[in-house]
Design a binder for this molecule. Structure first.
Ligand SMILES: C[S@@+](CC[C@H](N)C(=O)[O-])C[C@H]1O[C@@H](n2cnc3c(N)ncnc32)[C@H](O)[C@@H]1O
Length: 245
């Protein structure tokens, strides 16, 4: 399992010299901006890693439901993107069984440490926790399924993350997203600017990318299956296109 596509460490974004000067400097500006966002995210989640128990408990039934939607089979290889302290691992590893494997990816070193402690505490042999940026994580194999719970909307670049997940999935594989969004309709929408600010402060929430729009742009099939709390929390199921016969 590799954390980047080029053998570098996940936070090493060394610029290549093979583009024209204008293009290279534009790209390095974008990279610098992305790196700054990622660093902000790392600091935030490192800090929250000690206080995650409440979020783990509150969202438990919705997470379970989202995992049901993956339809995992024994022997499957499943990716947990933005795994945090490993809240999905017990269930995912049970579903894929001893012949399957769970790859859990997170960028925050403290979250990764917490997830690894959980794995070690239970001696789970079918789980690997990897520290990597979700836009650059790479693997030698394709996955049968992937889940992103409460993580896509806090990724600094949702589009590149979703494209990367699509690339990592086998044809026909399911990608389940359980996430939070502003009020989608009704008078409560007046509260959205406040909610944005709160989520930005609390979770480094990314207001620039619409997660569902991005999912629908990348995946041929993508449906919202459940909504909760006036539509502000939802589960979506996307499927990677099967290969033409
Ligand atoms: C709200 S937590 C979600 C944790 C867990 N999946 C859950 O259901 O509670 C969001 C996680 O996404 C991770 N994250 C944010 N940006 C990331 C990135 N670019 N690559 C990998 N992980 C990232 C954070 O470090 C954090 O642990």
């Amino acid at each position: 399992m590799r954390s980047t596509g080029n053998g570098r460490e996940p936070d090493d974004f060394g610029d290549s010299n093979d583009s024209p000067p204008g293009e290279a400097s534009e790209r390095s500006d974008t990279d610098r901006d992305y790196r700054a966002q990622l660093e902000r995210s790392r600091r935030k989640w490192d800090r929250w890693s000690d206080w995650y128990t409440m979020s783990e408990r509150d969202f438990e039934p919705m997470r379970e439901n989202a995992i049901d939607r993956l339809g995992l089979q024994p022997g499957d290889r499943v990716l947990d993107i933005g795994c945090g302290p490993g809240v999905n691992l017990e269930r995912l590893r049970a579903d894929v069984g001893p012949t399957g494997k769970v790859y859990a990816v997170d960028y925050s070193p403290e979250m990764v440490t917490k997830a690894r402690e959980r794995v070690d505490r239970h001696s789970w042999e079918n789980v690997e926790v990897v520290r990597a940026d979700a836009t650059r994580f790479d693997a030698d194999e394709r996955f049968d399924a992937a889940i992103a719970s409460l993580s896509l909307s806090v990724m600094p670049d949702v589009h590149r993350t979703v494209e990367n997940i699509d690339r990592l999935l086998a044809p026909g594989a399911a990608f389940v997203v359980f996430d939070i969004r502003p009020f989608p309709d009704g008078p409560a929408r007046i509260l959205n600017p406040l909610l944005w600010r709160f989520l930005r402060w609390y979770a480094n929430w990314n207001p620039d990318d619409d997660v569902l729009e991005t999912l629908r742009a990348v995946f041929a099939e993508c449906d919202v299956l459940e909504t909760y709390t006036a539509g502000t929390t939802y589960t979506a199921l996307c499927r990677k296109m099967e290969m033409a016969p």
